[in-house]
Design a protein around this ligand. Structure first.
Ligand SMILES: Nc1ncnc2c1ncn2[C@@H]1O[C@H](COP(=O)(O)OP(=O)(O)OP(=O)(O)O)[C@@H](O)[C@H]1O
Ligand SMILES: [Mg+2]
Length: 433
């Protein structure tokens, strides 16, 4: 998100208190333009990783670096190379620098060509493309929420990130502390984004909430412990009286619970229809308004979502037909509050809306199934074959394992498990959640 308003920072609010972090990251990346380098940004939820990535990406673009971006999404289906596709969209026209074999492999993987892809060829192909292009213009690959990227893209990026030396390619990724994904990060330089200092916290509070009295601001700052998300969001839960009167501010909860509870309370206050639509959006994970409309039975979805928009939980962009949560914790709050039956219903609605996207559809049907179901198991098996053809062996193993779990007949279950084991080993296929 490049727009501060869309990112939840009030319009015009600059990034506060991150000069040292930005200087470190920028000097690291400047070196990378000569030698190639990879940096992993870590930090707790809401500490400002996305905000820092945005600032670095914008700065790099201003200096003539071509920035390629992709974001992992927590609840999104694990679709083969969804992340790689996102990353390479600006380069589709440049695939021509590759020879036919490599070009075709990459086109199949990102879903714009057909034919089989040898698994190993692909990772080296992506690396080759990026290196070739970087010889012309320095590149910066920016990946937010790395652990939530699909596993096939993780494998490619892991390969690329380890082979940047001498390439003029920078790789900058962010990962929330305590979340492990498929990315093999050992050996990468890590930078931990810590809390804001007291002075920076005070500055951000004044910028974001000038109407809150100084005494209440000090109280909020001590509760927020330097977490910008808390600094921006905690005051939103205060009544007009609490904004000015210290005594009226409620007693303290641990910060993580406080933030969760704060979003959960705001989600719970919405009407059922709006919550259902938010659940569909969270479980779809693509930000595509058209999908949410189709899954929401084409009713006046945007109108029904207005309360969530007014409460600054989501941003709807009518121009490019996107719907996004203002912060990933909001999507998590929506999913956590839903019952298992709600989630199954939402997955079912998404499966029906995604008739033309077999891989996503099969995944949603699998999540919607309340018990063994051969039709769904067969669709997942078919999705696994499609993944194999695109060179995503790990994704195929995951789909086969899920198909096995949904097989009513023990013989089908064993057959699918055996095939999964043969396709790359169950050990390598830690399930996504
Ligand atoms: N230094 C800062 N100055 C001003 N606002 C900030 C700063 N850092 C973060 N923010 C704002 O605080 C909120 C949380 O930041 P952000 O989304 O970047 O956190 P995050 O570390 O990416 O969290 P998560 O792990 O959940 O993705 C956003 O609204 C963001 O715009
Ligand atoms: Mg983030």
């Amino acid at each position: 998100m490049s727009d501060p308003e869309a990112a939840g920072r009030p319009a015009g609010t600059p990034l506060v208190g991150r000069d040292e972090d930005l200087a470190y990251i920028r000097s690291f990346l400047t070196d990378s333009q000569v030698h190639g380098a990879a940096l992993l940004l870590r930090g707790e939820a809401g500490v400002g990783k996305t905000a820092v990535l945005d600032a670095v990406a914008q700065g790099a673009a201003r200096h003539g670096v071509q920035v390629l971006r992709a974001n992992g999404v927590q609840f999104e289906a694990d679709i083969s190379y969804a992340g790689l596709n996102q990353l390479l969209v600006p380069l589709f026209d440049d695939f021509d620098v590759l020879d036919t074999v490599h070009r075709d492999a990459l086109r199949v993987a990102v879903g714009i060509g057909s034919g089989p892809v040898p698994d190993r060829l692909l990772t080296s192909t992506a690396a080759l493309l990026l290196r070739t292009l970087a010889a012309r213009t320095p590149l910066l690959i920016v990946v937010d929420d790395l652990p939530w990227l699909d596993r096939a893209t993780n494998a490619v990026l892991g390969f690329v990130a380890r082979r940047l030396v001498g390439s003029r390619i920078g790789f900058l990724a962010a990962s929330r502390e305590g979340i492990d994904g498929f990315f093999e990060s050992s050996g990468l330089t890590e930078h931990r984004l810590g809390p804001l200092t007291d002075a920076s916290s005070a500055e951000l509070l004044v910028l974001a909430h000038p109407d809150v009295s100084p005494a209440v601001r000090r109280r909020i700052a001590s509760e927020a412990r330097g977490n910008p998300l808390a600094l921006v969001e905690l005051p939103r839960a205060l009544t007009a009286e609490q904004r000015t009167t210290l005594a009226a501010v409620p007693s303290v909860l641990p910060l993580s619970e406080r933030l969760q509870a704060l979003f959960a309370a705001r989600v719970a206050a919405l009407d059922g229809r709006c919550r259902d639509l938010l659940l569909i959006a969270a479980l779809d994970g693509t930000d595509d308004l058209a999908t949410i409309e189709a899954a929401g039975a084409d009713r006046a979805v945007v109108d029904d979502l207005a309360p969530a928009e007014q409460d600054r939980l989501i941003v709807i962009s009518a121009d490019n037909r996107r719907l996004s949560f203002r912060h990933p914790l909001i999507g998590s709050a929506v999913v956590e509050q839903a019952t298992a039956a709600d989630r199954r219903r939402a997955h079912q609605a998404l499966a029906e809306a995604l008739e033309d996207q077999p891989e996503r559809r099969a995944w949603h049907l699998g999540e919607a199934a309340a018990g063994p179901d051969e039709t769904v198991a067969a669709l997942l098996e078919e999705a696994a074959r499609r993944r194999l053809r695109r060179g995503d062996a790990l994704g195929a193993v995951a789909a086969l394992t899920r198909a096995a779990g949904l097989s009513p007949a023990p013989a089908d279950e064993s057959r699918r498990l055996a095939e999964a084991a043969g396709r790359g080993g169950l050990r390598r296929c830690g399930l996504r959640r």
